[in-house]
Design a protein around this ligand. Structure first.
Ligand SMILES: Cc1cc2nc3c(=O)[nH]c(=O)nc-3n(C[C@H](O)[C@H](O)[C@H](O)COP(=O)(O)OP(=O)(O)OC[C@H]3O[C@@H](n4cnc5c(N)ncnc54)[C@H](O)[C@@H]3O)c2cc1C
Length: 293
């Protein structure tokens, strides 16, 4: 199928892009990498009257360490491939670097943007789960509202639903730099490497004198948006790692999921897959000596 007719604009600045969004509201869509956008247009799942192509806005480029003290900035035009290859991301935001290995195939990664993935909020995508696990901040700009910052936990609101208003451009995401004692884990199940996840787990925690603190066990691709397990955090807090602890955490965390039935299976299959991935990620993160002393 072919895309419906649309107008096209290529603003040279964030202000110009925001002015176009203010003028056209819900009838306009941002065009970043186009990897998800053109699929929905060609299938006629969306029919915006205007595409606002942000690819010629220099201010949206770049990955910056210490953009603000302790924060790594990834601009809206940074492609997945650039994030994956970044030494700053590898050093300061290891969870994103781990997850990037699973994001799509090279051709898609060369065009698709890391912020585009956050803007889209696909429940099977890796970046929303990392943003939530790491307490990232999404920076949104509009002509009338100026700049506003939204915590990832508030930004993702449901299936492809976010706190972004139609007149707002996601200009960057800010990830906290790795802090002393932090550990990270990531894995996912997919049909082929690079496909969207059937189920995935992103984990951040702190090891303090051999015990686990502040566990954020985040599961994605099961529910309409990534799920952080409160039970997992309570069970793990102050404990030393053991396989039995891993079993208890996974058993409790999986009960907090509410998987829908879709092409990948029903709730029981997804709970089983999620529990397996949780056990695997917990053991890989804590079982390699990090939590023993
Ligand atoms: C074959 C294939 C496999 C894929 N596999 C994966 C995968 O395994 N994991 C994964 O995470 N993704 C996967 N993707 C999706 C890919 O990562 C997309 O590139 C990404 O989801 C969207 O980024 P984009 O820059 O291409 O956005 P676009 O397609 O340009 O835009 C997507 C949506 O986000 C909006 N948007 C984009 N940028 C902004 C912004 N800065 N501000 C406001 N709104 C914005 C657009 O208006 C649009 O609604 C796959 C895509 C394909 C085609």
């Amino acid at each position: 199928m072919k895309a419906p007719a649309f107008q096209y604009a290529r603003p040279a600045s964030v202000d110009d892009a925001c002015a176009l969004l203010a003028q056209h509201g819900g009838d306009a869509r941002i065009l970043a990498g186009g990897q998800s956008m053109f699929a929905t247009l060609n299938l006629r799942l969306s029919a915006p009257s205007l595409l606002v192509d942000i690819n010629r806005i220099p201010a949206l480029q770049g990955i910056t360490a210490d953009a603000e003290p302790g924060l790594v900035r990834i601009g809206a035009l940074v492609r997945h491939a650039e994030t994956a290859a970044s030494s700053v991301v590898a050093r300061e935001v290891p969870l994103v670097a781990m997850a990037m290995h699973h994001v799509a195939h090279p051709a898609v990664r060369n065009r698709g943007t890391t912020c585009g993935s956050l803007a889209l909020a696909d429940p099977s995508a890796e970046m929303p789960a990392c943003a939530i696990a790491l307490d990232a901040t999404l920076v949104l700009q509009s002509r009338d509202g100026g700049m506003r910052r939204v915590a990832a936990a508030d930004y993702f609101q449901g299936l492809y639903e976010t706190a972004r208003r139609d007149d707002e451009l996601l200009v960057e995401v800010l990830f906290p730099s790795r802090r002393p004692g932090e550990v990270f884990g990531f894995d996912e199940l997919s049909r082929r490497h690079g496909d969207f996840a059937l189920v995935g787990v992103a984990l951040r925690a702190r090891i303090d004198a051999g015990v686990i603190r502040d566990l954020r066990l985040t599961t994605f691709a099961t529910d309409p948006m990534p799920v952080v397990s409160g039970a997992a955090a309570r069970i793990a807090e102050g404990e030393r790692w053991s396989p039995a602890l891993g079993e208890a955490i996974a058993a409790a965390a999986v009960r907090e999921l509410e998987p829908d039935t879709n092409h990948a299976g029903g709730p029981e299959v997804k709970r089983l897959q999620a529990a397996t991935m949780m056990r695997r990620v917990l053991a890989a993160t804590f079982g390699r000596g990090a939590a023993h002393d």
